[in-house]
Design a protein around this ligand. Structure first.
Ligand SMILES: Cc1cc2nc3c(=O)[nH]c(=O)nc-3n(C[C@H](O)[C@H](O)[C@H](O)COP(=O)(O)O)c2cc1C
Length: 205
């Protein structure tokens, strides 16, 4: 087997719907021993966790919101407070291989697009762009207004990748988990990390 290159990845979680995807993504990363993860969860995301944790069907494992947040945090190697502007990811001299914001709210999208963030998630994204490292934003809103689209355009021009969660039916998913896993594989493709989760179209031809 080819030797895996050691990678350091920053994961931002903002307050958009989709914590179930975030959970799958963090579980995927936890199982990749050559990837070191640094997690930042926004205050908005904590609210969404509270609203979505029952829908996730894991309330037996995580009876309270804080338990589920803790579950997410336990998947990461390092957890940074959203208010800790002195943490490593706030500085360009702290090296990493890319940042993924999953999910990315329209509020965080706008803040990152205009460079006016005041928390660690926004600062880390800003730094990632200025250092010309990969920044992937898993945006979630529908329908979109022109302000959302313009902010995405600005970020793409600045070097970010906009990657809304769009289920791939060609992968013939049977369950929601199948869809989530395939998407997580495609997300990691953006950082050049092979997880073995993405269905590869015509790979056997
Ligand atoms: C249950 C719930 C679901 C939400 N879903 C979305 C969403 O899908 N997309 C979005 O842009 N904002 C959504 N919001 C609103 C954001 O949480 C809100 O704009 C917040 O200020 C985002 O802050 P953050 O980006 O710092 O986390 C949702 C809020 C709640 C409470």
């Amino acid at each position: 087997m080819a030797q895996q290159i050691y990678r350091r990845v920053v994961i931002g979680v903002s307050g958009a719907s989709g914590i179930r995807l975030t959970r799958q993504f963090l579980l995927t990363l936890r199982d990749l021993p050559h990837v070191e993860t640094h997690l930042v969860i926004s205050k908005g995301a904590r609210l969404v966790v509270r609203e979505e944790h029952e829908e996730m069907g894991i309330q037996e494992e995580a009876p309270g919101t804080e338990d589920l947040v803790r579950q997410l945090e336990m998947c990461a190697d390092h957890v940074h407070s959203i208010d800790d502007l002195g943490a490593g990811p706030a500085s360009g001299s702290w090296k990493h291989d890319g940042m993924i914001v999953c999910p990315c709210s329209m509020s965080s999208l706008a803040t990152i697009a205009h460079g006016c963030g005041t928390n660690l998630l926004h600062r880390a994204a800003d730094v990632t762009l200025k250092e010309c490292r990969p920044l992937v934003l898993v945006v979630r809103e529908t329908p979109l207004n022109l302000i959302h689209v313009e902010n995405m355009r600005l970020l793409m021009q600045a070097g970010a990748t906009i990657m809304p969660f769009m289920p791939a039916f060609y992968a013939r998913p049977k369950t929601i988990e199948d869809m989530l896993r395939h998407f997580c594989g495609r997300l990691l493709d953006q950082l050049g990390i092979e997880s073995g989760l993405a269905h590869r179209w015509r790979d056997n031809m």
